[in-house]
Design a protein. Structure first.
Length: 278
């Protein structure tokens, strides 16, 4: 029988290892969840990993010892059941030819839905509308900004599977869409491909980030690019927080020039008193 193993740093994440998921995995093979991997010696870790067929990594899992690359034992596949493999899977494991995948396109639909919800909320000024009504208002005050997706100039940074799904949703609303992704050659006929981030930000009222985090994309959305967006411009980020110069973005949010719908941050947590929460 195929053996599946997950080793948590402390306890297995209750965001992943819920009963229905574990039951489905047990249809594939014998599933073992181990706790307190941080307290194990490298010898213990390697012995456990070499004895399994499939190692399951993800949020809260241990980092695979690099010695596994030299001698994987029975290990034939590493499945990262969440997004990025950084922090769990060293490059040596991949370089050794051990197959490694993440959750692939499985979460794309919910990410796209979240990104589009944020887009609508900030283009429509939904948060401000709710606050205004809660404080006794009804007719919106002079100068309140609320836009339409129809005809809006939206820039897409990254045109992988999630970016494509997001653009498909925009098509139904007749948005004007420009796309920047140096790794693609073609975009849908009704969209325009641009050759630089400068061109994307120059011509967009909303920029939605769907790029992966790499050395090239880290910090690539700079203060200078943010400054190119117009008054009431919107940043949507459901990709990785580190793609944006976060302090530069927070400065734009504080002065009220831009708005942002952020599902990710760098680091991915804000203390309760952080001004960006307000």
């Amino acid at each position: 029988m195929t053996s599946l193993l997950h080793i948590a740093k402390t306890t297995p994440s209750d965001r992943i290892w819920i009963d229905p998921f574990c039951e489905e995995l047990r249809k594939i093979g014998a599933l073992t969840l181990l706790e307190d991997g941080e307290a194990m010696s490298q010898t213990e870790l390697t012995a456990h990993i070499r004895s399994c067929d499939i190692l399951l990594t993800g949020w809260g899992s241990i980092t695979i010892p690099t010695t596994i690359a030299e001698d994987p034992g029975s290990l034939g596949y590493v499945c990262n059941v969440t997004g990025t493999v950084q922090g769990s899977v060293p490059l040596e494991i991949i370089d050794a030819g051990i197959p490694v995948t993440n959750w692939g396109d499985a979460p794309a639909g919910r990410v796209v839905e979240g990104a589009f919800t944020l887009t609508l909320a900030y283009v429509k000024g939904l948060r401000e509308r709710i606050q205004f009504i809660r404080t006794g208002g009804w007719k919106l005050p002079e100068g309140f900004y609320s836009g339409l997706i129809e005809g809006l100039s939206i820039g897409i940074y990254g045109f992988g599977y999630i970016g494509r799904r997001y653009v498909e949703m925009l098509q139904r609303f007749n948005a004007t869409v420009r796309i920047y992704d140096p790794f693609i050659e073609n975009v849908p006929d009704w969209c325009q491909k641009v050759d630089s981030l400068e061109a994307l930000f120059d011509q967009s009222e909303v920029v939605a980030i769907h790029a992966g985090l790499t050395d090239e994309t880290k910090g690539s959305v700079t203060a200078g690019l943010l400054a190119k967006l117009p008054q009431n411009g919107v940043i949507i980020n459901t990709a990785r927080g580190a793609i944006i110069d976060q302090e530069a973005l927070f400065a734009e949010l504080r002065n009220g020039r831009l708005r942002a719908g952020l599902d990710v941050l760098d680091p991915d947590f804000l203390p309760p008193e952080h001004p960006a929460r307000w």
